[in-house]
Design a protein around this ligand. Structure first.
Ligand code: SAM
Length: 273
């Protein structure tokens, strides 16, 4: 999709949010990173972090756009203005996009360079969106920070491809339970450890969807939604026409529960605490 002028400010006011709108906003960010328009203190880290994504632009959009749309739908920040924890926030792209939608975000990552890049981006996003954004980013280990955080201090928590690295997983889920208020939602987008690809080829030993649900049940969480995505790496389906066809094919596969469970590389789970 081509860059649309004013995409970031349109994104900030657009309602309801759809993937195409997020893609426009992200395209604007990508173009700015490419042209080194983002703050000098952020540019190296942004290039480093997004290198793969910039090379495979659709991969970049696929990584962020559906996720931001799903988090927006889950928490409805435009009307509820929640205080959300972005666990393992990286350079905080999602954090800023969701802050534009009205959320107050606390982003947490133990990589100080990524956090510094994210902090340098806050004024860039604020300027583009014409809003004063409520984003606080902390460079800290998730286990230490969440243990010290006052109990029930967040309205919700979301995380994308970060929980897998936070071991022991059960302990991290218990800490999330501690800091999210009763009734708050928790959205995980993670590798689907139960898929054949992840079991056989990459041999990951992260949590499967069943593990999440079992631990969630023990903590008293209600599972509100479970979705699967990514049957093949996006790099392989990148060329425009193929991407379009494959996207439709994948959407069909995702609806067939056993195929999705054992075939998709990634999954999204939403719980209510
Ligand atoms: C694959 S990146 C995902 C970043 C971002 N959520 C995204 O979707 O682009 C995983 C992030 O988790 C962070 N991380 C891993 N273990 C952590 C820990 N124990 N405490 C805080 N951050 C951690 C890493 O530094 C990294 O930035």
């Amino acid at each position: 999709m081509s860059k649309t002028p004013q995409a970031i400010s349109n994104f900030a006011v657009q309602s309801p949010l759809d993937v195409a709108t997020v893609e426009c906003a992200l395209n604007e960010l990508l173009a700015a990173v490419r042209d080194d328009q983002v703050p000098a203190t952020a540019v190296d880290q942004m290039h480093d972090y997004y290198d793969r994504y910039i090379t495979w632009q659709n991969h970049f959009l696929h990584h962020f756009a559906p996720f931001v749309r799903d988090v927006d739908r889950c928490f409805n920040p435009q009307s509820t203005q929640p205080h959300l924890l972005d666990l393992g926030c990286g350079v905080a792209t999602q954090a800023h996009l969701l802050a534009m939608r009205g959320a107050t975000i606390t982003g947490l990552d133990h990589n100080p360079q990524r956090v510094a890049a994210g902090q340098a981006m806050t004024s860039w996003f604020s300027e583009r969106s014409g809003k004063s954004l409520h984003v606080t980013l902390q460079a800290a280990d998730a286990f230490e920070m969440l243990a010290q955080q006052p109990a029930e201090s967040f309205d919700g928590c979301y995380t994308q491809f970060a929980l897998a690295y936070m071991r022991p997983h059960r302990e991290m889920l218990e800490l999330i339970h501690r800091v999210v208020r009763p009734g708050g939602r928790i959205l995980f987008r993670e590798f689907n450890a139960g898929s054949l690809y992840n079991r056989v080829i990459s041999r990951v030993d992260w949590l499967t969807d069943r593990d999440y649900q079992d631990i969630g049940k023990e903590l008293g969480w209600q599972c509100l939604a479970r979705d699967y995505c990514w049957f093949v790496p996006k790099q392989l389906t990148n060329p425009g026409q193929l991407r379009h066809w494959w996207g439709r094919f994948e959407a069909g596969l995702e609806r067939i529960s056993p195929v999705a469970r054992y075939g998709a590389a990634a999954m999204t789970l939403v719980f209510q605490r």
